[in-house]
Design a binder for this molecule. Structure first.
Ligand SMILES: [Zn+2]
Length: 405
């Protein structure tokens, strides 16, 4: 613990020395410990009021309002990205305090890790106050500033200006995570006992509630809102089940018989014959989170990636299930390729989230290869070829069943 703290301080010092000579002495004698990375804080101004977000969406205002300790909107999650540069985010979302490099205004934007979305912290000597320096040096050294009209902006740093001095106070009570409502409808039990199906479902309800938040965080990082409820339907008559291999489906078209909700539809005979299988529920729940107008094979690959590389790694496909297939077959093949990309791309596993958010952004026009190229710089064919070249060069590395992270 102690060592860790020291090393974080050293990182900040290096940042300070590299950016503005002369500040090191101040930081070295910092009276106030750095915030806990990942902790949630109130950020109040020495000129009055507390930093408040408007909402979890791009371009949302960040203003200073009268301090109110019961307001969730006045809490922020602050995280050191490992280099002494901090994100200041709306809790449980990916929206970060972002400095517009054009006009130095400040607002909440989806965090893509750019320097103008990072701040380094300078504790003022003999004070609890921090200056939040923009990590992007464009236009000189600028700091988060409270404006007279209670807006915020980045302005040239001036340690003596109360409008640039902020206290960070850790919040004690975290707002509770609301439990997502889960409803069940028995439309067509396919000749099976509805009570047996219901009882199977009741055992999976908690899993769906627990996984929903995790899938949302993994797949979206809060980039968009998803449906605040889960509707599960047993319907042996769903058109997708005319194909015998389909166990479950996410139906994105609200239907009167499904409560007019986008729904996870389950095939009763599959559930009764495979009562231990929760993976297909997770796959369909991932589709609900994806909330994509189009996405095809890439969405199928991502849903299987979450299911088999995150939720239950025992389901990871081996090479024998991939050989002879192609990158755009979805499911095992695309999930296997996504795992390879996550290992090769500098963004690591967060590349999955970036891909998902881009598919959703492109809407009906989404095309898997175009999305992959936009986000990773290479299309599916090129990744697939490189993957097989790597497998041939070093088969054990890519066939290790324990390999994910
Ligand atoms: Zn699917």
């Amino acid at each position: 613990m102690r060592m860790r703290k020291l090393s974080i301080t050293a990182t900040v010092l290096a940042g300070v020395a590299g950016l503005t000579g002369g500040l090191t002495a101040t930081a070295a004698h910092a009276a106030e410990p750095l915030p806990e990375s990942g902790g949630t804080y109130r950020i109040s101004s020495h000129a009055g009021g507390a930093l408040q977000w408007d909402g979890p969406r791009n371009g949302a205002q960040v203003r200073v309002k009268e301090g109110n300790e019961t307001l969730t909107e006045q809490t922020w999650t602050v995280t050191d990205d490992g280099t002494g540069n901090w994100s200041v985010r709306i809790p449980r979302t990916n929206y970060a305090v972002d400095r517009d490099l054009g006009n130095n205004s400040v607002a909440a934007w989806n965090d893509i890790g750019r320097a103008n979305q990072r701040w380094w912290l300078q504790n003022l000597s003999g004070s609890r106050a921090w200056l939040l320096h923009s990590s992007d040096r464009t236009g000189g050294d600028t700091c988060l500033t409270r404006l007279p009209d209670q807006g915020t902006a980045a302005r040239p740093c001036n340690a003596g200006d109360a409008a640039q001095q902020w206290n960070l106070d850790k919040t004690t009570a975290q707002p509770p995570t609301p439990t997502v409502p889960v409803t069940l409808q028995m439309v067509n039990a396919g000749g099976y006992d509805p009570n047996a199906l219901r009882s199977w479902f009741d055992k999976s309800r908690g899993l769906l509630q627990d996984q929903y938040g995790k899938i949302k965080q993994f797949m979206t990082g809060g980039a968009y809102e998803v449906k605040p409820g889960i509707n599960v339907v047993f319907d042996a008559g769903h058109p997708s089940f005319s194909s015998p291999g389909v166990a479950a489906v996410f139906d994105p078209n609200p239907k009167p018989q499904y409560n007019n909700e986008k729904s996870i539809v389950l095939r009763p005979d599959y559930v009764m014959r495979n009562q231990g299988d929760t993976g297909s529920l997770i796959h369909e729940l991932t589709h609900q989170v994806q909330d994509a107008a189009n996405g095809g094979w890439l969405n199928e690959g991502q849903a299987d990636y979450y299911r088999k590389y995150v939720f239950n790694v025992k389901e990871k496909p081996g090479l024998d299930r991939i050989r002879g297939t192609d990158y755009d077959r979805g499911y095992d093949s695309t999930a296997f390729l996504l795992n390879y990309i996550a290992h090769k791309h500098p963004a690591g596993e967060s590349i999955i989230q970036k891909i998902n958010n881009e598919v959703r952004r492109q809407g009906f026009g989404a095309d898997g290869d175009r999305v992959l190229t936009a986000i990773t710089g290479k299309g599916g064919r090129q990744w697939w070829t490189e993957m097989w070249n790597d497998i041939q060069a070093s088969p054990t590395r890519w066939t290790n069943p324990a390999f994910r992270d």
